[in-house]
Design a protein around this ligand. Sequence first.
Ligand code: TPP
Ligand code: MG
Length: 563
Amino acid sequence: MIVAEAVGRTLASLGAEVVFGVVGSGNFHVTNALVAHGARFVATRHEGGAATAADAYARTSGKIGIVSVHQGPGLTNAMTGVAEAAKSRTPLVVLAGEATDARSNFHIDQDALARAVGAVPLRIPSGADAVDQTVLAFRTAWHERRTVLLNLPLGAQADAVPWRGRLGEFLDQIVAGGRAAAAGPHPAHTVPRLREVTDLAGLLATARRPVFVAGRGARHARRELEELAGLTGALLATSAVARGLFRGNPWDLDVSGGFATPVAAELIRGADLLVGWGCALNMWTTRHGALIGPDTTLVQVDLDDAAIGLHRTVRLGVIGDTAATARAVIAAVTAEGAREPDGERGYRSPEIAARLAAEGRWRAVPYTDGSGGGRIDPRTLTIALDDLLPVERTVAVDSGNFMGYPSMFLDVPDERGFCFTQAFQSVGLGLATAVGAAVARPDRLTVAALGDGGAFMGASELETVVRLGLPMVVVVYDDEAYGAEVHHFGPHGHPLGLVTFPPADLAAIGRGYGFDAVTVTGPGDLPGVGEWLEGARERPLLVHARVTRDRASWWLEEAFRGH
Ligand SMILES: Cc1ncc(C[n+]2csc(CCOP(=O)(O)OP(=O)(O)O)c2C)c(N)n1
Ligand SMILES: [Mg+2]
């Protein structure tokens, strides 16, 4: 067995089910080996699409993401998506050929590239290391939630993997061990310290208006957090990346941060105790601290001690897995015998229940429809789509001025129903995000919400959507501009010619790729979307919405402050 074969076989055996990539000579054999051993290969049209789709696949499926790229330019093309995954702590393995000879056109310092974006570089320099390094790459990605670049030097790929005897059986054995480790309980260090648990229980016992904000690190802890919140009278919110986690709970505030409804923002600001669960409490989630009241005590629970206090000073930091910590705090709280589950307590009064029922969703907030002149108000568009689209949906959102509309007005069924690849704040990842999410959840309709800028940047994957027959609606909020920049610089009187564009027929472009398409210039065009939904849906749909563009989004102010 040669190195490329051993790497592919080991990864497939460890549980790599889907591989996204673009195949060249340097990753041909390893990708084939993955496929030969049961993995599905999804060809994207650009390596950037492959990395982002794999990232979104991992977030949506809860499984490891695998990317396969050619050496040099194959990897550089992937780098924006790799950076997004690394910043998001997505468990991802990037397999890349590597030209180690400096005279090769393909040669670059791939280790440096990985380190520059926070990914972990590993390498298979010889046959003797192939299996062990592959297992290490998988474990680092999975257990440490890291994005790993596994370099496959071209000179070593055809090396024999030294093994006298039955390598296949040996692989099966280590693979069984690796699988057990991957599926098994978290390592012991994820259990919080007793002292911190009792401190948190004590703070919750005296809090009058507690709020929990769950982040990426709490997406597996819904049950535990709901129970603890019920015992302590806490309201429930999430950061944007965990949106949908508490869907259906009457005490759900939805997202904390720029996307928060006025009632949610008021209640979060009024909290006397705010506990971030696997949540960085960064400028987005706290509106640069504006959502943290002067009398709010802050607590953070996180697996990673480096995350505690990174963005905001906290009174108490608890290092531990969020679900394990919540369970421990439930035990501590109930041991004191003072709590009635779900009783009227803390923030859980009938008045607040009534307010949340009446004002808890963005569509309940009054606004004046600005549609007209051949353009639709993006709020009117998104509320109508929310009504039309099936509830079982996955919403993937690109970056730009428009991004709040789908993030605020399109409901999602649960935390897997929202895929927000914006840790790197890159424009252009939205469509590939939708591809990965759709591969992970073909049972749900994926909605890709893009600006015109992001749509053009990621357009190469339109062909991927059609070729794979993915159930998808691509909605383009077209303001014929890099609207975020228009609203950033326009008010200061700067010229805007660099960031505005002539009209483009995105519906025709979509049809050219094989989409069905509807152009929306006002509310009267929306039934076209309904007709597609009621039809056979043989092709994906592109909704080209010409949106009003006279006003900046209110959440954008936060973004400008973050630059
Ligand atoms: C890769 C990348 N390039 C540039 C930017 C700067 N940028 C932020 S928003 C934006 C405009 C995006 O335009 P569009 O997708 O049409 O969305 P809109 O803001 O118009 O709603 C740009 C260029 C970025 N964040 N990422
Ligand atoms: Mg735009």
